[in-house]
Design a protein around this ligand. Structure first.
Ligand code: UDP
Ligand code: BGC
Ligand code: MN
Length: 317
């Protein structure tokens, strides 16, 4: 009697384990994908700085050693402090002083109700960027209303703020993702780039080849060409697939760096409720492209505050 009870428990545990293993996206993903080889990265970068940038440095910054940096950072950096005299300006902007930067990047983060993750993200990212010698600024776009979260619309709002501030390149960045390799340069490539292709959550495997979410970089001119992202995706899912579809419609081909360089750590968090309309919206992505995006972006700007480590834009969608 006791023996058969024990057997049942063992079978139960084995079944659950098999289910967990087979339902994991990493199992079906790509451990290899097409990417720009390390020695070609500098050639593929799009060199351009913010129109408002002034620098008194005599020499241009060099990025060879950064691309070849073999260091892997620890996510524990989130618990540390920034170095004294870090030189970050109000609004979360940094300009290297000892050389003239060749890239200006706006980091745009969609945000609501994840205060702990945000604090860790800001400390980590400003520490990470110290090695990169780029000009950058961090924009946090917070949804203050209580409708389902709309990641893509927040990113559009951030993109407009970055464009108005003169940035030629934007990185659209989830708050729960930390880049582990300083060699993952936060600069735009000639083609839009999927940057987070190797995440711990997916066992460092790319779940599917057309994935274009998490962290991506794109030139603002290209973002405008596809009319930005759709404003209609409330709730989780498919807004990033919609952007991919827009890019393909305009004949852009996305690129990636290798899986070693593209490693990210994702914090665990509870799942958002899935967007009800996401599949219907995605199936008509190309048709809506011209009328749904930057051209139809309406919202109420509640406040914009320049904090020591970031520009905080609060919006009611
Ligand atoms: N997000 C947020 N608050 C929320 C939901 C989402 O700040 O309540 C932002 C945050 O930047 C997060 C991103 O939207 O990293 C993507 O959402 P989520 O992490 O839930 O999706 P995942 O990519 O993990 O499936
Ligand atoms: C969703 C995307 C998401 C991806 C990875 C897809 O099913 O449509 O929005 O980024 O899964 O989680
Ligand atoms: Mn997440």
């Amino acid at each position: 009697m006791r023996c058969s009870y024990r057997k049942k428990i063992i079978y139960g545990v084995i079944t659950i384990l098999i289910f967990i293993i087979f339902s994991h996206p990493g199992l079906y993903g790509r451990s290899s994908y097409e990417f720009i080889e390390k020695h070609n990265i500098l050639k593929y970068l799009h060199e351009e700085v913010n129109v408002n940038l002034t620098s008194n440095a005599f020499t241009n910054c060099d990025y060879h050693d950064i691309i070849n940096d073999e260091t892997t950072l620890s996510p524990n950096l989130i618990e540390g402090d920034l170095v004294e005299g870090h030189g970050i300006r109000d609004g979360g902007e940094y300009i290297p002083q000892d050389c003239r930067p060749r890239f200006s990047t706006a980091i745009i983060v969609p945000y609501r109700d994840r205060a702990e993750q945000l604090r860790g993200f800001l400390v980590y990212m400003h520490t990470f960027f110290r090695r990169q010698r780029i000009h950058y600024r961090i924009f946090i776009i917070e949804q203050v209303d209580s409708r389902p979260f709309n990641r893509a619309k927040l990113l559009n709002i951030g993109a407009v703020a970055a464009i108005n501030a003169g940035f030629p390149c934007i990185v659209l960045h989830d708050v729960d993702l930390l880049p582990l390799r300083p060699s993952n340069l936060y600069a735009c490539t000639k083609q839009p780039r999927h940057m987070s292709s190797s995440i711990n959550k997916f066992r460092f495997v790319l779940p599917y080849l057309t994935l274009f979410g998490g962290v991506i970089s794109i030139r603002t001119s290209q973002y405008k060409m596809v009319n930005g992202m759709s404003n209609e995706y409330f709730g989780w899912g498919a807004e990033d697939d919609d952007l991919y579809s827009r890019l393909r419609a305009c004949n852009f081909k996305i690129c990636r760096f290798g899986p070693e360089i593209s490693q990210y750590h994702m914090f665990s968090h509870k799942l958002q409720r899935k967007g009800k309309l996401r599949s219907d919206l995605l199936s008509f992505a190309r048709k809506r492209m011209a009328a749904d995006g930057l051209s139809s972006l309406h919202y109420l700007e509640v406040a914009t505050v320049l904090h020591p480590l970031f520009t905080h834009i609060m919006v009611d969608l």
